[in-house]
Design a protein around this ligand. Structure first.
Ligand SMILES: Nc1ncnc2c1ncn2[C@@H]1O[C@H](COP(=O)(O)OP(=O)(O)OP(=O)(O)O)[C@@H](O)[C@H]1O
Length: 585
C-alpha cells in the first residue's frame, strides 16, 4: 500500500481564507501562541465554527471528523475566558475547568497541548490526574490548586471523594472529550457520581467579585450520536450543536433534568434509541479497504502485509489493533523474534527477522511507566509498528501514521471510525485495512449503515509476490492452500512449538480472543458468532498445532455440547432417511 508523501491540504479541514484566530475573538497573546508556539497559521473549520459559540457561554456539542483540531477548539476559548477575569485567578481559587478524557494517554496528550498554550499565561495552572500516577503527588498538586484539570473518570472520582483539599467551588466548565465514549460505554456510573458531587447545575461563585457565571458544558467527539444528543437536550439549557444532523436530534424537553439524571436514563437506555444509525464523517483523503481471510490463514496474511509494508517503505508508522491485551503481547513477542523461513533461505542467507521494524506495544494491562514510554516512543519515532488494543483507538495524535490495520474487528462502528482516525489527520493521506473472516463479511453492511464504505484489498496479488520454494507447483484453490501461506504457516507453527514462552503467550491469546469474540453486543452478535467459529482454525491463527484446552469452560462446554447436539440431529436425520428409503416410500 503506497502512500503519496505529499499531504493533501483539504479545504474542508481549514476555515475560509482570511479567517484567523483573532477574528474568532481570541486574545492577541493567545493568537500569537497558537501561531508562534504551535505553528497554526489559521483555524480549522471546526475551530472557526465552534470557538465563537463557546466564547458566548452556550453549551456546545461538537461532532467533527477525527484529526480536525477539536482539542484546540475547546482549550483556546477556555484559556481566553480564564485570562479575561478582571482579577487574575489564583491557585487558591482551585479548579475552574475540568477536561474529562477516557484514557491515560489522551490525558497526557491534552495536558501537553494545554501546557504549551498557557506559556504566556503563567498564572493559570494546568494539571492532570489519572490512573497509574502517584496519588499522593496528585493530592499535593490539588491542594496547591489546579486551574485547568485534565482527568480520567476513575481517578477524578477518587479525588472528589477522598481529597478534601480539592477545591472546585469555582468550577465553570466541564468538557467531555470523546463524549460518546465517556457518557455511554463503561464510564457512565462514574460520570453520574462525579456530576452528583460537582452538581451539573449552575451555581453562584464564591470567588470575591468574580463575574457571575453559569456552568458551561462542552461535549466533543467524531462520533457524537443521537443518544448523546438526546442526553444533552434533556439536561442542558438550549445547547448548540455543531456538525450534527439537527433533524435527528430529539426535541428539547421543557423541564430540563440534571446531567447526571440524564446520564442515568442513558445508562438504562430508557427513552433513547438503542442503536445509533448516525452517519459518520470520515476524512475524505482516507482510503479504506478490507481483506477477507479464512481464520486459519489470518496470521500469515497479517505478517505478509506487514512484511510488504516495511520492505516497500522502510520508514513507516503503522498501528495494528487487536481485541485483547494477550493478543498484543503474543503478536509483539512473535514479530520481535520470528525470523525468515529457514526452509526458504539458503544456509548462507543471514537469518533476518520476517518483519523488520521497530516494534512497540501498548495496552491497559501494562505498567504505567511502560505505557508512557511506548506512547512517547511512537509519537517521536520516524518509523515504527505499534501493536495496541483500543486504548489507542481514540484521540491520540501520533504524527505521520500512514496505515491502520484492524486485525480484530472493532465491534461498534464508532470504534471503527476512531481507530482509522489515527491516520489521515488534518488533510494528510492515510490507509486503513480491516481483516474479516468470510463468516464476518456482513460487518461491511453494518458499516455501510453509517456511511462507511470499504473496497477489497488485492490479497492474492500480494501473496503471489512472495517467493515460495516448496509447494510452488501446487495449484491452489483456496487461500489456505496458497504455496506461500502453506510455507509460512508451517514455519510459524514449528517456531511456536519450539518456543515454550511464546507458545504460552499464544495459548493465553487464544483463550482471551475467544472470550472477547463472544462479548460482542447487540446486533453485532449476529455477525461475530462464536458458534460459527472453527476453534481449530482459531488455534491456527495463533500458530498453535492443537486447540488449547484452556478455553473458558463456558465457551468450550457450550460449543462442544452444541456440536454434540448437531451431531445427534444429523445422525437422527440419516436414520430417518435410511428408514424412509428402506420402506421404499
Ligand atoms: N488550526 C490548526 N492548524 C494546524 N494544525 C492544527 C490546528 N489545530 C489543530 N492542529 C493539529 O491537528 C492535529 C489534530 O488535532 P486534534 O488531535 O485536536 O484532532 P481531533 O479532532 O481532536 O482528533 P480526534 O477526533 O482523533 O481526537 C494535531 O496535531 C493538532 O496539533
Amino acid at each position: 500500500m503506497k502512500i503519496d508523501e505529499e499531504p493533501m491540504k483539504n479545504e474542508s479541514i481549514f476555515a475560509a481564507k482570511g479567517c484567523d484566530f483573532a477574528s474568532l475573538g481570541l486574545h492577541p497573546a493567545l493568537c500569537d501562541q497558537l501561531r508562534d508556539r504551535m505553528g497554526f497559521e489559521a483555524p480549522t473549520l471546526v475551530q472557526a465554527q465552534a470557538i465563537p459559540l463557546i466564547l458566548s457561554g452556550k453549551h456546545v456539542l461538537v461532532n467533527a471528523p477525527t484529526g480536525t483540531g477539536k482539542t484546540i477548539t475547546y482549550l483556546a476559548p477556555l484559556i481566553h475566558q480564564l485570562q479575561n477575569y478582571p482579577n487574575r485567578i489564583q491557585r487558591a481559587d482551585g479548579t475552574f475547568a475540568l477536561v474529562i478524557v477516557p484514557t491515560h494517554e489522551l490525558c497526557m496528550q491534552v495536558y501537553e497541548t494545554l501546557h504549551k498554550l498557557l506559556h504566556r499565561f503563567h498564572w493559570i495552572v494546568p494539571g492532570y490526574i489519572m490512573g497509574g500516577e502517584n496519588r499522593s503527588k496528585e493530592k499535593a498538586r490539588l491542594r496547591k490548586g489546579i486551574s485547568v484539570l485534565v482527568a480520567t473518570p476513575g481517578r477524578l472520582l477518587d479525588h472528589l471523594k477522598h481529597t478534601s483539599s480539592f477545591i472546585h467551588k469555582n468550577l465553570r466548565w466541564i468538557i467531555f472529550d470523546e463524549a460518546d465514549r465517556i457518557l455511554e460505554l463503561g464510564f457512565g456510573k462514574e460520570i453520574e457520581e462525579i456530576l452528583d458531587i460537582l452538581g451539573s447545575r449552575p451555581h453562584v461563585s464564591e470567588t470575591k467579585d468574580a463575574p457571575e457565571f453559569v456552568r458551561q458544558n462542552l461535549l466533543l467527539s467524531a462520533t457524537l450520536n443521537d443518544k448523546v444528543n438526546h442526553l444533552a437536550n434533556i439536561s442542558l439549557e438550549n445547547p448548540v450543536m455543531i456538525g450534527l444532523d439537527d433533524t435527528k436530534i430529539q426535541p428539547s424537553h421543557k423541564q430540563v433534568t440534571s446531567l447526571d439524571n440524564a446520564i442515568q436514563k442513558l445508562q438504562n437506555s430508557q427513552e433513547v434509541p438503542v442503536t445509533s444509525t448516525a452517519e459518520y464523517k470520515l476524512p475524505p483523503q482516507l482510503s479504506q479497504r478490507y481483506v477477507k481471510v479464512p481464520c486459519g490463514s489470518r496470521l500469515v496474511v497479517l505478517l505478509s502485509v506487514l512484511k510488504n509494508l516495511f520492505t516497500g517503505e522502510a520508514s513507516q508508522k503503522i498501528v495494528v489493533f487487536f481485541s485483547t491485551c494477550d493478543a498484543v503481547d503474543f503478536h509483539h513477542a512473535l514479530i520481535s523474534q520470528f525470523h525468515g523461513l529457514s526452509n526458504l533461505q539458503s544456509a548462507t542467507e543471514t537469518r533476518e527477522l520476517f518483519v523488520k521494524c521497530n516494534i512497540l506495544r501498548l495496552h491497559g494491562n501494562m505498567k504505567h511507566e511502560d505505557r508512557v514510554k511506548a506512547f512517547n516512543a511512537f509519537k517521536t519515532e520516524k518509523s515504527a509498528l505499534l501493536l495496541s488494543t483500543d486504548v489507542s483507538a481514540r484521540g491520540l495524535d501520533f504524527p505521520k501514521v500512514r496505515c491502520i490495520i484492524q486485525y480484530d474487528s472493532p465491534g461498534e462502528a464508532t470504534e471503527y471510525v476512531h481507530r482509522v482516525g489515527r491516520t489521515a489527520r488534518l488533510g494528510e493521506k492515510g490507509d486503513s485495512l480491516l481483516f474479516l473472516q468470510p463468516i464476518e463479511v456482513d460487518y461491511l453492511e453494518e458499516l455501510k449503515k453509517h456511511g462507511v464504505i470499504l473496497t477489497e484489498y488485492p490479497l492474492v496479488k500480494l501473496l503471489d509476490g512472495f517467493p515460495s520454494k516448496h509447494h510452488r507447483h501446487k495449484k491452489f484453490v483456496t487461500l489456505e492452500m496458497h504455496p506461500w501461506v502453506l510455507d509460512v504457516q508451517k514455519s510459524l507453527e514449528s517456531f511456536i512449538f519450539s518456543e515454550a514462552k511464546i507458545k504460552k503467550l499464544a495459548q493465553n491469546a487464544f483463550c482471551s480472543w475467544v472470550r472477547a469474540y463472544s462479548a460482542h453486543r447487540g446486533e453485532l452478535k449476529s455477525i461475530f458468532m462464536v458458534k460459527k467459529l472453527h476453534l481449530g482454525h482459531v488455534a491456527k491463527s495463533f500458530a498453535l498445532k492443537e486447540q488449547p484446552s484452556l478455553v473458558g469452560r463456558s465457551v468450550q462446554k457450550k460449543h462442544t455440547e452444541k456440536r454434540k447436539r448437531t451431531h445427534k440431529v444429523k445422525e437422527g436425520i440419516k436414520k430417518k432417511i435410511k428408514m424412509h428409503n428402506y420402506k421404499g416410500e
